[in-house]
Ligand binder design. Structure first.
Ligand code: GTP
Length: 396
């Protein structure tokens, strides 16, 4: 966000630096957002360029007999469109293939013009096309790819003229018309890419806001539940251990009633801070709502998970808190621990087992850690919303 006009140059320079050296995530998102557009444009151009044989015929009906086959070559771009339809991952190879393919199309165009009377003069408009095309087709690639293509496409006819591949090529005439168009294309690409960068940043900010809990900065339920489902699938596929802690503040209503909601909020925040302290970078701490947290421990079996839970529980129990009016108090948490089992059909079953262990921890006196496999008998969950009535989770 730009707060003052004085910040504008710095922001623009930082934006441009990023556009020239973007990260993988940005390139992938740009590709995903523009891929369909590139598929449509290249398919359209393919057919249009082939159909422009009609223009060859208008210029020179005799020469046009020799351009039919060359015109048909443009239809290869249809195969490119089709390929792009299946490739969902952006890569530098794809960008290189696109640049080379488009330059090959331009070279083909030069060969077509050679067959026509005054072809190179009539073809000047066609070279101008290449500039517009860069803006359209290359939107899904990096700015640097855009610029490399535009400059190469501008230089190629000069080179063809120098090597006598393009007949009667007039360097000055061509340069006077095409170089300003190339410059305009590059400016358009920069502005367009910068706009996209602003949109990308806003989207990322929105995403972070919508998946982060405002009070604690931890991940929220919206982020956590789909992630849990994904991690369960991954763990089942790879055979990696996955454990889950369900944590709930004990007698929290009393904290609120005695010390006020502001202090209650600080207690919730404190749980998040301590949870993060004991979690590794690959673990995810989430506030599921109210005074309830979940911590997902990847590559972690139930023994290790119990150790982590025990450390969190005792760290929280030893914290001294101060209320708004400086009263000293402490608080405790109960934690249910579950390790993913083959019988956990989905995230609701896994959460349900951790939750029933948490229920048991509360029932058996609070301020303790209970392992789901130690919970016998009727399946009890404090939080029915976690476990669907339709879910076919086995009883513990
Ligand atoms: N300060 C504050 N309180 C909250 C927030 N969200 C929920 N609460 C309170 O958390 C309390 C939860 O109380 P209960 O569900 O009865 O549980 P408890 O008092 O912790 O009792 P046990 O869980 O059985 O140990 C309620 O008083 C809610 O108002 C919040 O964001 N901030």
């Amino acid at each position: 966000m730009i707060n003052s006009f004085a910040e504008l140059p710095g922001t623009l320079i930082a934006g441009l630096r990023f556009l020239f050296f973007p990260d993988r995530d940005f390139l992938q998102k740009k590709y995903e957002d523009h891929r369909r557009f590139t598929i449509i444009v290249s398919a359209f151009l393919s057919v249009l360029w082939a159909a422009l044989w009609g223009w060859d015929w208008v210029i020179d009906p005799v020469g046009a007999d020799n351009t039919v086959v060359l015109r048909l070559f443009f239809l290869v771009a249809l195969a490119y469109s089709l390929t792009l339809y299946f490739i969902r991952k952006s890569s530098s190879w794809l960008a290189i293939i696109t640049v080379v393919g488009m330059l090959a199309a331009e070279a083909n165009f030069i060969l077509i013009l050679n067959h026509l009377d005054n072809g190179i003069v009539y073809g000047l408009g066609g070279f101008m096309y290449c500039m517009f095309i860069a803006v359209l087709v290359f939107q899904c690639f990096s700015l640097i790819t855009n610029i490399i293509y535009t400059l190469s496409a501008t230089l190629l006819p000069h080179l063809a003229g120098e090597l006598a591949i393009a007949d009667n090529f007039q360097h000055f005439q061509y340069a006077a018309l095409i170089w300003p168009a190339a410059l305009l294309a590059i400016v358009t690409q920069v502005v367009q890419s910068h706009h996209y960068l602003l949109r990308y940043k806003l989207e990322r900010q929105l995403e972070a806001l919508s998946t982060t809990d405002a009070l604690t900065g931890a991940r929220n339920r919206r982020y956590f539940i789909p992630l849990l489902a994904k991690e369960i699938r991954r763990a089942k596929r790879t055979g990696q251990k996955l454990s889950l802690l369900m944590l709930d503040i004990d007698m929290f209503k009393r904290v609120n009633d005695t010390y006020g909601h502001l202090t209650g909020d600080r207690v919730i925040h404190n749980v998040s801070v301590i949870g993060h302290q004991f979690a590794r970078d690959i673990d995810v701490v989430a506030r599921l709502g109210g005074e309830e947290f979940a911590i997902l421990l990847t590559a972690c079996d139930q023994q290790q998970a119990v150790q982590v839970a025990e450390r969190i529980r005792s760290a929280i129990a030893s914290v001294t808190m101060y209320s708004e009016d400086k009263a000293v108090f402490s608080y405790t948490v109960s934690i249910g621990v579950a390790e993913l089992e083959e019988s956990d059909k989905d995230e609701r079953c896994f959460l349900g087992r951790a939750d029933s262990a948490l229920y048991e921890a509360k029932e058996s006196g609070r301020n303790r850690v209970v392992l789901a496999t130690d919970v016998k008998g009727v399946f009890n969950s404090r939080n029915r919303a976690l476990t669907s009535e339709n879910s076919e989770c086995p009883e513990s």
